[in-house]
Structure formats: C-alpha cells, structure tokens
Ligand binder design. Structure first.
Ligand code: ZN
Ligand code: ZN
Length: 706
C-alpha cells in the first residue's frame, strides 16, 4: 500500500479536518498519553472557563499557548496532565438565567423559587460546552474532556468545605463588618480582585457644597463630592490636622477651604483665592467645630456624634477642598473614622441600591447611582442655598464586572479570609514563581499582593458553594464549620439522603440543636465567591483529601499554568492565596501570561462595537495552523495583540509555504515507500540527507536550551 498522501489542493480547513478525523480514528491523543504515562511528570493546571458564553479568539490564543507547551513536554517524553475543568458557579450563570427568565434581582429570584432557579443554573452552565469542546478540538488543543473537574459537583464542594474548615482552624476565616464595593443590581459585595476588573473612565457631576458652622452660619465649610447622594448620610467633615486652611470673604459670607485649593473653586463667578483672606488655620484648629448638616431628610439614631469636624490622615489637598464629607455607611475611610470618633451611623439605602424611608418621599425607591437621583439632590442643595458650583469630573469609577452596574461602597457584614495575615508569605512564594513576562510577577501581581486586603469571601446569592458555617440562632458566636458530609450527617443525626445535593436551598434544611445552649444551629445564608472554587482546583479536582491522595500529591504544585492578563487578580491570585493560607505552599512554578487580543485597529473587542472576531470563521478561511502560528508569531505573548485578518498570511504564510513545498517535494519522490519499509542507516544516506539531519539536531538542541 502506498503512503497515504494528503491532497494539498484542498483548502486548509478541509485538509485539517481530514487530519483531525484521522487523529480521532487513531485515538492519537489517548495514545500519546499512554506512551508517556510513566515518563517524568509535567503538571499542567487548566484554568476552568465558564461554559455559559461562547469561546472567542482570545481563548484560542491562550489555548494555543497551553497546547504548545504541553505538546512540547509530551514530545520530550513527559507525562503531561491535561485535565479539563469547568467553572460552574457564580454570578455569570445566575445572570444568564435571570435573562432567560426575564427577571432581575434577588426579590424576583426568590419569588420564582430558589430551587427551580438553581436547577436552571445547573442546566445553563453547559449551554456552550459543545462549542468549547469542538473549538478546542478544531484548533488541536489536546485536553482530556472525558474526565473534567466540575466545580458544582458534591465531591468538588466537599473539598472546598474541607479547605474552608482548615482556614477556620487556622483562625483565617472570620465574619466582619466592612464597607465593601457592592453591586446594587446583583445585591452582593465584590472582592477587591473583582473590583479591579471593572474600572472605567466616567464623567460625573461633582459638587461644591457649603456646611455652615452651627455657631455662626455666615462662616461655612466647603466640601466637594463626586457622589452627591451620599450627603444624605453625612455625619462629619474630615480635615487633615497639619494642612493649612484659609477663610475667604465674598459678599459678607465666609468660606473655609484648604489654602492650596482656594484657586480651584468659584464663588460668585470668581476663583475663591481672589477674594480677601480674612483668617487662616491648621486643620487641627477646626477639629471639634459643629456645623449644620445638609439635606436633613434622614433621621439619625440617638447615639453617636454628628455634624462635627474630625481629623483624618487620609485627607489631602490634591483635589476637592481639603475638607471631606463623611458618610460612614458608604466609604471605608468614613467607616474607620466613625469607629474612631464614635460617630452616628445611618444608612438610608436598601440592599437593592435605592433610597428607603427618607422624609423626602420623591427620593424613596430611586437608585442612588442614577443620574436623575443626583440631579434631584443637586437641585435641592441649590434650593436650600447649600450649593456653590457643579463641575463635570472625569475619573475612574468601578462598575460590576459581571453586569456593568455602577458599584457603590456600602457597609455590609461579610465573611473574610484573613489573607493579610499571610501577606509576607504570599510575597515570598510569589518570588519563587517564574513569570513570563517577568514584569507581571514583580509589577502588576506583586503590587497587588503588596496592597493585599482580606478576601471578602461571601456572596449573598444562590448558585454557589454554600458557606459551610452553622450558627446558633440564639448566640451567633456558637458556631461550627463543617469540613465534610460525614460531619454533616453526624450533626444531623441521620445518614444523608442518596440524592443529597450540597446546594441551596436544600442545604439550608439541615439544622440541629446547639451543643452549648440548645438553640437551633442553622447554616448562614451566604454562598462563596466562585473564585475560591476555581482556586481550589488543585485539591478539589481530586476530591482531596477524601480520595486520590496520591494523585493529588503527584500533581502538586503545577509546573505550568497559562491564562490571560486579566487573571492577575482572578485565578492567579485565588490559586496562590489558597495555597499559602491552607498549605503554606507554592501552587505553580511557571506562568505564561498572555495579553489581550484587540481588533485590527487596536480597539478592544466588544459585542457593542460589533468587532468581535468569530474564531470559527477565520479558521474556516485560513485554517487553524495559520491562526495558531499568527497568534504565537506576530509578537511576544505579553504584548497586546492586534488581530488583523490581513496580517495572517504575512506572519504565518512564510513558514507554512515552506512546509507545503517541502511536503510536495516529499510527495514527488515518495514512490512506493511507506513508513513500514523503514529508512536506511544514517551512515549510508547521501550527504545532503545527513546534513539535513545534523541541522535538525541543532534546532532541537537550540529549542531545548531556550
Ligand atoms: Zn452586578
Ligand atoms: Zn447556642
């Protein structure tokens, strides 16, 4: 039988599909896995995608790099682990289901029924699984899709519980009160790494507002705010104790601002600095003064100081007026000052981000971040003679990375992982990681770790790993953190049902008498951050420590991971944070970070711009080899890449044409030869053949040395 030649006249797409079919028929992937099974291990962790969106061209990029590295190590005879994984919990899934049902927000989900809702989430997760698998196969990304880890399975969740219990035992899990970035639409707090994913430049109306001193209303403190809605909850004004302040007179009224800022705001059409300066102070001289609050429409509680000037080291003269209005429910600095000074605490905003129970009925029910709301507030400030100037202000503002809603800072109770306790250790561990490009590790990621804050772990949502904390109804300090289903059954006093499902709402039905006081132990309502799930994959993919202990040990840490630069604060962080908090261990040794793929003009690809490249379409046009080669060869992986269809032949064509010509040469001379007939000993071959083999050896040596 003659050597089976490929027909080069066929389009690349057709040719490649024929080859893929042959590979599949030969079970080539499985064979390569079997061939290296006992080779030295090369551990790769697949960062789990969420399969409820279609894969894009940037996924092709990351998957091409992953495949290249794993394929290379397989060719070296190493046993490469290539377990596929799916990230299945969390808001992206909930939001899709909300859209499908035509509902929005937690109230409507609860009215619909959490059990039915979560059942739909479970189905929705794999809406595009086939797309992911077939695209991966089409681009030749070899991964074991037959045995993936899936974060929603009972086994996976049990491992996550075990990890959380371990953190609890190390006193690294706690319930705290913090002002957190909060999405009013999703009704949940965001962790700081999620926050970092969603900043956008926006223009908002900032206002200069006057706070007359209680003892002499002609003397007025001037504050500046970019969020006028927070004024309703104002209880204090902060000044920097060492900063210089001036009092300026205009038409018989006196305005107090930081001297350095007096040129920046206008009173009666002229910069305040041009008005006569009638007095000067240091900030500390102002501390303790009482003033008249603006917008008296929210009843304050009896206890706590209010309408008072306080000192704050965070105040600067870089923008605004050097006087900062304090609303403890809506700012981290504000909250800290409130603790320090015993300020009154008031929060007129419901968890859905709307005003509630104010005396200003028109405002009740309005979303605080809506432009209309802020317009109403500014109008009222003007009407009450408290307004000096409105100024458009361009600044980076955080938006929900999932649903695009403007976030607010909002005081919540939340569960935290005390990552700050191991910050120094995380930095040490990170220093052992080989980052490519190196500046991501030392720069972006290293700085992120330097500024570490505790991980806000809990989410007030439905579809996620339920937080495994049970609390006594009588005394919340009577608390148990369960680390396995066996423990759950033991507490509950019966074996778990055969169809046990760890999710809400079923899991909330498990309760038992408190050992300390006889009250009822109930699970806290929260689920956890899905980033904790994905960061737990080194353990949970093996159902560690309940099963496969040897497999876990043989596959920890990873030799190699590779994801996009947006994972710096996502998966790269959650892997490392869990590794250090739970095991004091290095989780990955080498990381390749690929940059974003932009469109041909250098614009970010987005559905709204309509410039998203459909990977299937390009592959059909030029073939997967050309696309892969283009993505790898166009520039360094750590550089932003422009995906220009026209550039593909220029980048990939040279090599592929040489390969094609070489193959044609081979086809011309192949004659009756088959691979079974073998090759003559090297010493008997013509000189040119031997030269080619020598060159090949040089190339192999150069690649291995690189
Ligand atoms: Zn949101
Ligand atoms: Zn109790």
């Amino acid at each position: 039988m003659a050597y089976p030649l490929a027909d080069l006249k066929l389009a690349p797409d057709t040719l490649e599909r024929q080859l893929l079919a042959t590979w599949k028929h030969e079970r080539l992937f499985e064979k390569t896995q079997e061939a290296v099974r006992y080779g030295p291990p090369f551990v790769f962790y697949e960062g789990p995608p969420t399969a409820n969106g279609r894969p894009g061209i940037h996924h092709v990029f990351a998957r091409t790099i992953k495949d290249l590295v794993c394929r290379y190590h397989t060719m070296l005879g190493q046993a490469v682990t290539r377990i596929a994984g799916w990230d299945t919990h969390g808001l992206p899934v909930e939001i899709e289901v909300e859209k499908t049902l035509g509902i929005s927000g937690k109230k409507q989900i609860e009215a619909y029924g959490v059990e039915k809702f979560n059942a739909l989430c479970r189905e929705n997760v794999f809406m595009y699984k086939t797309d992911w698998e077939s695209l991966s196969e089409r681009i030749g990304y070899w991964l074991d899709y037959a045995h993936p880890y899936i974060t929603y399975t009972n086994e996976y969740i049990e491992s996550v519980w075990w990890l959380l219990k371990r953190l609890h035992e190390k006193a690294l899990l706690y319930r705290g009160h913090k002002v957190l970035p909060y999405c009013p639409r999703c009704g949940t707090a965001l962790s700081s790494h999620e926050l970092a994913l969603g900043y956008e430049e926006v223009q908002t109306n900032s206002v200069y507002v006057t706070f007359p001193l209680a003892a002499d209303p002609k003397r007025q403190l001037v504050i500046w705010t970019t969020t006028p809605w927070t004024l309703l909850a104002n209880v204090a004004v902060a000044v920097h104790p060492d900063l210089e302040y001036g009092e300026y007179e205009v038409h018989g009224m006196r305005y107090i601002v930081a001297t350095a800022r007096a040129g920046d705001l206008h009173v009666a059409g002229a910069p305040l600095a041009e008005a006569p300066r009638v007095a000067g102070y240091h900030g500390r001289d102002l501390v303790g003064l009482k003033y008249v609050r603006p917008l008296e429409v929210v009843p304050l509680p009896q206890e706590g100081q209010r309408a008072i000037v306080v000192a704050g080291g965070f105040v600067s003269a870089e923008e605004g007026t050097g006087l900062v209005h304090m609303a403890p429910a809506f700012g981290a600095d504000d909250y800290a000052v409130a603790q320090q000074y015993g300020l009154a605490f008031v929060n007129p905003v419901a968890p859905d981000g709307t005003f509630q129970d104010t005396r200003w009925t028109e405002l009740n029910g309005l979303l605080v971040t809506a432009k209309e709301t802020n317009r109403l507030i500014i109008d009222r400030l003007k009407h009450e003679g408290r307004w000096l100037e409105t100024r458009p202000h361009t600044h980076a503002y955080p938006f929900c990375w999932r649903c695009d809603s403007a976030l607010i800072y909002y005081a919540r109770t939340s569960w935290f992982v005390r990552t700050t306790a191991v910050k120094a250790r995380m930095l040490e561990v990170n220093a052992q990681v080989r980052w490519h490009p190196p500046e991501v590790g030392s720069g972006r990621f290293g700085e992120w770790l330097e500024n570490n804050v505790d991980w806000a772990l809990s989410r007030d949502r439905y579809w996620g790993t339920p937080l495994n904390v049970w609390q006594c109804e009588r005394e919340t300090e009577h608390r148990e953190v369960l680390g396995s289903y066996a423990e759950l059954a033991e507490r509950w006093g019966r074996p778990l049902p055969t169809d046990f499902d760890a999710h809400k709402p079923g899991i909330d039905g498990y309760h038992w008498p408190c050992r300390e006081c006889g009250g009822t132990m109930r699970r806290v309502p929260e689920v956890i951050d899905a980033w904790f799930d994905s960061g737990a994959m080194p353990y949970a993919q093996w159902h560690y420590p309940f099963e496969h202990q040897a497999d876990f040990k043989g596959h920890f840490p990873a030799d190699f991971i590779c994801e996009g630069v947006d994972q710096t604060r996502g998966w790269f962080y959650s892997l490392l944070a869990i590794g250090v908090t739970a095991f004091d261990a290095l989780v990955y040794k080498n990381v390749i970070v690929n940059e974003h793929v932009l469109d041909a003009q250098g614009q970010k690809m987005s559905k709204s711009r309509g410039n998203v490249v459909n990977p299937w379409q390009v592959i059909e046009e030029v073939g997967a080899d050309a696309v892969r080669l283009f993505l790898l060869g166009q520039s360094q992986v750590g550089v932003r890449k422009r995906f220009d269809r026209q550039q593909i032949p220029k980048v990939a064509g040279g090599f592929l044409n040489t390969l094609r010509n070489t193959y044609e040469f081979f086809a011309w001379y192949v004659g009756d030869w088959t691979s079974a007939s073998g090759a003559p000993p090297v010493a008997e071959r013509p000189l040119t053949d031997r030269w080619v083999l020598a060159r090949l050896d040089e190339v192999v040596a150069a690649v291995r040395a690189a």
